[in-house]
Design a protein around this ligand. Structure first.
Ligand code: SF4
Ligand code: SF4
Length: 339
């Protein structure tokens, strides 16, 4: 049976019960003397992102791949990758800013990071006097230790630690037999086909760098001409299409526009299957993680082309692809007689 003001009396009864009860039961004490006392926030509460480092700040997990920058919905992350004097990426950020006046605390940056490098903090004391520059958190402000992460989110952080340890153990296991086993002899590169009269050749004194010459050779072979040393003059400007079996090995063909394997959701065997009939540069691209994250200093296409053209010799730069990509790149280069 209701009566006028019943809800008011019920509310007052709850207040009175908590007021009296708080003298006897700590759980009923819903307020604390802030800032002297602070309420312990739940583990899954979140405020703004921070960057995790292991041991010392030099060992930050972030490789500056910019995936989080690209995926952040309000675009409040700004990253510049650190590079050495030759312009080679050092796989760490030089600049990493987050504008927390724009951040909407969605945690998408955390979800997309392949390196467990960015996590959500639960520190809510972020007020500043200047509402512009002071609300942009810079790299030194963002870096926090793994111990801190374990302290604020023990369950989540220990699961991440276990995952990283399992990955490291797996990598070490894979590397151990590879180190012990003697290196198999690299297959000899196939001899270049002799130039055939009537087909286009690249004269030896043509003003090309080795990379340009290699690219041009691949392009001509994919266009149907045979490229080789200038043992015969160019007989005709027109390119004759040779029979398929006479074509030079198709290794450095011009980049294909159609790249159906360019999907990070596809597993390595699927990607390699899609690229199996393609030139070497495409196969190399299919071996990449397909994230276009620039951790290697290129996008996936650029890194593959640089390896195929001889401009890049380091096969271990694809960080999201890890050992799987490095192993496949090495295998492809061996099969092509390039290592
Ligand atoms: S995705 Fe992770 S590793 Fe890449 S830049 Fe962002 S925090 Fe760093
Ligand atoms: S929590 Fe969301 S809005 Fe904030 S930095 Fe991460 S992705 Fe951007």
């Amino acid at each position: 049976m209701g009566f006028l003001g019943k809800g008011l009396f019920q509310g007052m009864a709850v207040t009175a019960r908590n007021f009296v009860g708080s003298y006897f039961d700590k759980e009923r004490m819903v307020t604390v003397q802030y800032p002297e006392e602070r309420v312990q926030v739940p583990e899954n509460s979140r405020t703004f992102p921070f960057l995790v480092f292991d041991n010392t700040a030099d060992h930050m997990r972030c490789v500056g791949c910019k995936i989080c920058e690209e995926e952040c919905p309000p675009q409040c992350i700004y990253i510049v990758m650190d590079r050495d004097e030759n312009g080679k990426p050092l796989q760490r950020p030089k600049v990493f800013d987050i504008d927390i006046s724009v951040c909407m605390q969605c945690q998408i940056c955390v979800e997309v990071c392949p390196f467990e490098a960015i996590k959500m903090d639960n520190n809510y004391e972020k007020s500043q006097y200047d509402r512009f520059d002071d609300l942009v958190e810079r790299l030194p402000d963002l870096l926090k230790s793994n111990e801190y992460y374990n302290h604020i989110k023990p369950a989540e952080a220990s699961a991440v630690d276990a995952k990283l340890k399992a990955e490291a153990d797996k990598k070490a296991k894979k590397a151990a037999p590879a180190k012990a086993a003697p290196k198999p002899a690299a297959p000899k590169p196939a001899a270049a086909p002799a130039p055939v009269a009537g087909r286009l050749v690249i004269p030896e004194d043509a003003p090309f760098t080795p990379e340009q010459r290699a690219w041009l050779a691949g392009f001509l072979s994919s266009a149907g001409a045979v490229a080789g040393p200038a043992t015969a003059p160019v007989e005709s400007a027109a390119v004759e299409l040779p029979a398929v079996e006479e074509a030079a090995p198709d290794t450095e063909a011009a980049p294909a526009v159609d790249t159906p394997w360019h999907d990070p959701g596809l597993a390595m065997p699927q990607r390699m299957d899609l690229a199996k009939e393609r030139p070497l540069a495409d196969k190399l691209m299919a071996a990449m993680a397909q994230t276009d994250c620039h951790a290697c200093g290129y996008d996936c296409r650029g890194y593959a082309d640089a390896i195929a053209g001889g401009a890049e010799s380091d096969l271990s730069l694809c960080l999201p692809g890890e050992g799987e990509t490095a192993g496949m790149l090495e295998q492809l280069m061996k099969e092509a007689g390039k290592v």
